[in-house]
Design a binder for this molecule. Structure first.
Ligand code: NAD
Length: 309
């Protein structure tokens, strides 16, 4: 078995180091507030990692727990507090459209997760800057962004191609089409040139920019394809099915593929996948947290620029 197992700890190391150096050399103390209003053990674990990484890099992190019906008021309070530079919420809170509403209650200038409609819209439309002068990059949702960084780290992005086209020729299957991770990730990768098969419980959509990347931003087409059709074609398989019993069929994975799991559960059979994959990334949580902090430092700078203007 020649599979290389790549851990999120190693992938995130250079980002954590860079954050630590930036915060120390500039003598700044950006503050992130995390709101926990559910009983989800995965959310508590994510909060624990956030606290640990923040302590290591020099970010001030405060976890605020509250009842879910108080969350909106608590977010508004943090929006108005100039001492808070970034806000995040551990979802799901209500598990329905109210969560989408709450994502838009977080002030756009403090949204470290990049879930506000403005950021989501810009991402789907391949708008990469907030201003015309192109001085402020848009915030990208941190789990999809983390997955992009994982793919850069393991060499899926081709560095000799221009930025924005570095996935030209790559075929990627993503098993998850949630609004938080799977659909934005499919759009990001297709905008960067990949042909993406986006799988959910109801079927498969294809995201792409056409032959020769003729389109400026991706388009989406419905397909009648099945998982057994797309897995053997895929250079990269990314999965995030929130179920302990779900396993990606290893026999369908292309020999030498890159396999990445972002679900809390192990969607790949650890032993079987190593017989097929060239690279296996079993989890990505630590990269997500590093992206969260990177977004925080960016927003901290934007807030200071706006105050100085
Ligand atoms: P979700 O429930 O909103 O979405 C699940 C998606 O998987 C849906 O698109 C659904 O159709 C699809 N799906 C479910 N069963 C399927 C099947 N059998 N075949 C094909 N598709 C199937 O969940 P979510 O918020 O996207 O989270 C998914 C997982 O990712 C969870 O385990 C969550 O904890 C984890 N997560 C990890 C990170 C991280 O940074 N590591 C961040 C966010 C979420």
């Amino acid at each position: 078995m020649s599979c290389k197992v790549v851990l999120a700890q190693g992938i995130s190391a250079s980002y954590r180091e860079e954050l630590k150096n930036t915060i120390k050399s500039r003598n700044i103390r950006p503050k992130l507030v995390g709101f926990l209003a559910n009983e989800d053990p995965a959310a508590a674990k994510y909060a624990e990692w956030t606290a640990k990484t923040c302590a290591e890099t020099g970010v001030e992190f405060e976890l605020r727990t509250c009842a879910r019906n108080d969350l909106e008021d608590k977010i508004i309070e943090a929006n108005q507090d100039a001492g808070v530079h970034g806000i995040m919420v551990y979802y799901p809170v209500f598990g329905d459209r109210q969560d989408q509403y709450l994502q838009n209650v977080v002030d756009v200038s403090k949204d470290v997760e990049g879930l506000h409609h403005k950021y989501v819209y810009n991402m789907y439309h391949n708008i990469r800057f907030l201003d015309e002068a192109k001085t402020k990059k848009c915030i990208i949702p941190c789990t999809p962004l983390g997955l992009v960084k994982v793919m850069e780290y393991v060499g899926v992005y081709n560095g000799i191609l221009p930025h924005g086209n570095r996935l030209h020729g790559r075929v990627v299957t993503i098993i998850n089409r949630s609004e938080i991770v799977g659909r934005p990730l499919a759009a990001l990768l297709a905008n960067d040139g990949a042909r993406v098969y986006s799988v959910d419980i109801n079927g498969i959509q294809e995201f792409h920019r056409g032959v020769g990347l003729q389109l400026k931003k991706h388009e989406v087409t419905e397909t009648t394809l099945k998982v057994e059709d797309v897995l053997p074609l895929s250079d990269v398989v990314i999965t995030g099915v929130p179920s302990p019993s779900y396993k990606v069929p290893s026999n369908l994975i292309r020999d030498g593929a890159v396999c990445i799991n972002f679900s809390t559960f192990k969607n790949f059979d650890g032993e079987e996948i190593k017989k097929k994959a060239a690279i296996y990334v079993p989890a990505v949580g630590k990269v997500t947290v590093a992206m969260l902090e990177r977004n925080l430092v960016r927003l901290y700078d934007y807030q200071n620029q706006d105050r100085a203007a």
